[in-house]
Design a protein around this ligand. Sequence first.
Ligand SMILES: C[S@@+](CC[C@H](N)C(=O)[O-])C[C@H]1O[C@@H](n2cnc3c(N)ncnc32)[C@H](O)[C@@H]1O
Length: 310
Amino acid sequence: MAGERNFPSPSAFLRKPNMASSMRSLFSDHGRYIEAFRRFLANSTEHQCMQNFIEEKLPGIIARIGDTKSEINILSIGGGAGEIDLQILSQVQAHYPGRHINNEVVEPNAEQIAKYKERVATVSDLKNIKFAWHQETSSEYQNRITEKKELQKWNFIHMIQMLYYVKDVPATLKFFHSLLDTMGKILIILVSGTSGWDKLWKKYGSRLPQNDLCLYVSSPDIIQILETLEIKYDCFDLLSTMDISDCFVEGNENGELLLDFLTETCHFSKTAPPDLKAEILEDLQRPGFSVKEREKILFHNHLSFIVVEA
Ligand SMILES: C[S@@+](CC[C@H](N)C(=O)[O-])C[C@H]1O[C@@H](n2cnc3c(N)ncnc32)[C@H](O)[C@@H]1O
């Protein structure tokens, strides 16, 4: 509504303290988090789904971002190991052949940055692209450039599967939107309101380990914030699945890591109270959470692609 600033407060998305036991957040063991994320990528169509979007929809979205610019400035927030970033860059290169691209990455995790740099070193077709990495969170970046008064404008900003880790989502969106150059766009990718994630978080969030590093946000939350901020956007939903069949094989290592990722709990199988574990394992097989297909249980990992305009 015009004039109203009725944001859901960040704490509205935070987990409530759970009474449970020895369960601890997956974020408390960084190595296990990265391994669980790797298993998630290997067992899901997450990156395939993003690749389809990048090939089919992104060319239209970026069609005018570089009009009249001698250099295209791209800012990646939470770029991870760069797999998706490089696909985006290749589309921008194809659309603006020979144009110089300045690609800056804001990523707090040193290992991810190291992997991103390795990847860049092995890809040959990156000429005309200048890379810079900033090992910091989006709010650290925001504070740093605000203090230095270096408010550079960007032609394309992307936030892919990372808004869960931002403390103040409305302030973050407002800030990065203010950095868009004329014709600039922001691409936000996160789980959709129809995903199994949304259902899992709503039903079990309060019984899983408390962790203020991760908010249970899905696309309807972001859309509500954008509407309150009166920022123009478009939203595309795409289906994606995650094969969670191994989660139902007792003692299966892959299944245990996937369950850790689903519940964001370190060693969920071994540390969760038996009733909670049984309920979650049962729900994960229900319609709304997953679908059974050829002996496999495929969790709804549906994604929303939100394109924000300057
Ligand atoms: C789920 S991964 C997604 C990586 C990549 N964008 C992709 O889709 O493959 C989330 C990434 O966000 C980074 N991250 C976590 N908190 C962040 C924050 N506050 N600001 C920026 N990046 C953050 C993590 O280190 C991680 O690399």
